[in-house]
Design a protein around this ligand. Structure first.
Ligand code: ZN
Length: 418
């Protein structure tokens, strides 16, 4: 079930890993439902990834006795931000409101722990709908000058300060067993939102990447320092996007291999590499500031720190593109989305993790909508990732899942260690 001993094959190196499983939950899935924590523990998972700071959401709560649809219009925290901590800061978190929603993180954490579950605080950072409000300068601004009020630009000092303060506050206040950092790096154009009129058919993955490249003053300074001619970069990006009609490329993930080829073709290899280098360095700085705030807030207490990641270095979003060697130098583990990332990506990260003491690689698997085949395809993908070296399975999402989705979830947990 949730925690079993597992010894990797000799080819994987030496040592024994404890296989671990977790499932995502919102605090409002738990608070006000006396059955919730026990029912989640009965799924066999050892841990829960509980949202503490989260983007705007419209969520179904299929089994909650008091509500069925919970809506948060903007990014919010599920606790009361500490006024002295935030006093005078340029960017401020907003507090989630609503019955069973406001300040629900702490009570949900207590109930889950009482049911025997470990709790990871799920902390969403640069994906920040509405945060910044009037301070549009803090948002990612594309090559045309359009601002994205759902994406904070992580090259900006006030954004790094906001992210580090927020993550540190959650750890210092609630002492969770672990932390999962989502959107701890570049966020960009892609954004699931209600009333969206930006169909994938209209923009290829490479075009969406180019629309994610920020041209704010802070980024302009980084480009200049990195030897990139700002005017040339803007002309190439805007020219390429104006030219987009009739050049449909792959429209899957921004991180797909086809997208990377198309980006290099559109920007030229040298410029694409220079741009990626500058952006990765900014993401490394932002992540290190957040990690250092989290470690300081933990005050020496053992606490596992995850980063939601993707294999493509230029990838943007909740799962940020990373070099696993750089990222595992400061976080304890990398969580990759499956099947978005292949077993080869998992194996690369797992080989880096094996060389570092205590580092782990996990996968996040979405069980929603898998009921057509009873979860058989997911079980196969989980098996492939485990064979590639994944030691942790995080399942999305016990709160949103239907009864059948929960049966599939429990089946994947049961099969993970066997
Ligand atoms: Zn910027």
């Amino acid at each position: 079930m949730g925690t079993v001993e597992w010894t990797p094959s000799p080819a994987d190196g030496t040592g024994t890993f404890v296989m671990r499983t977790s499932t995502a939950l919102y605090p409002f899935d738990v608070v006000g439902d006396p059955e919730a924590a026990g029912a989640v523990a009965a799924l066999g998972v050892g841990e829960v990834s509980l949202a503490a700071s989260y983007h705007a959401v419209r969520a179904v709560t299929p089994r909650h006795p008091r509500h069925r649809i919970v809506t948060a219009q903007r990014s919010a925290v599920y606790y009361a931000p500490d006024a002295p901590t935030w006093s005078g800061r340029y960017l401020q978190p907003s507090r989630a409101e609503g019955k069973g929603v406001r300040d629900s993180f702490g009570p949900a954490l207590d109930e889950l722990r009482a049911a025997g579950l470990g709790v990871n605080a799920w902390v969403v950072l640069a994906h920040c709908c509405g945060t910044g409000g009037e301070q549009a300068a803090s948002h990612v601004t594309n090559a045309f000058g359009d601002s994205y009020p759902w994406a904070l630009c992580i090259a900006r000092p006030e954004v790094v300060e906001y992210a580090a303060t927020l993550a540190g506050e959650i750890v210092g206040r609630f002492a969770p067993d672990g932390v999962e950092l989502e959107a701890c790096g570049w966020y960009g154009f892609d954004h699931l939102s209600a009333h969206d009129k930006v169909h994938a058919e209209q923009l290829s993955a490479a075009e969406r990447y180019l629309l994610s490249v920020c041209f704010c003053e802070a980024c302009a300074g980084l480009y200049r320092a990195g030897g990139i001619d700002l005017r040339h970069l803007r002309e190439v990006v805007t020219g390429s996007l104006r030219d987009g009609d009739g050049r449909p490329g792959p429209n899957g993930s921004i991180g797909s291999v086809g997208a990377e080829d198309e980006i290099r073709e559109r920007l030229g290899g040298d410029l694409a590499d220079a741009l990626l280098g500058v952006r990765l360095a900014a993401a490394d700085r932002m992540r290190r500031a957040v990690v250092s705030a989290v470690r300081a807030a933990a005050r020496g207490r053992s606490m596992f720190l995850w980063l939601h990641a993707q294999g493509a270095r230029h990838g943007v979003g909740g799962n940020v593109g990373v070099d696993p060697s750089e990222a595992l130098a400061d976080v304890d583990g990398l969580l990759y989305g499956v099947p978005a990332d292949s077993p080869a990506v998992i194996a690369e990260a797992a080989s880096v993790a094996l060389e570092l003491s205590g580092r782990r690689v996990g996968i996040v698997v979405d069980v929603l909508g898998a009921k057509d085949d009873g979860g058989a395809r997911l079980a196969e993908m989980v098996g492939d990732a485990r064979d590639a070296g994944a030691t942790d399975l995080h399942l999305y999402h016990a709160g949103l899942a239907s009864a059948e989705g929960r049966r599939i979830l429990a089946g994947l947990v049961d099969g993970f260690g066997s």
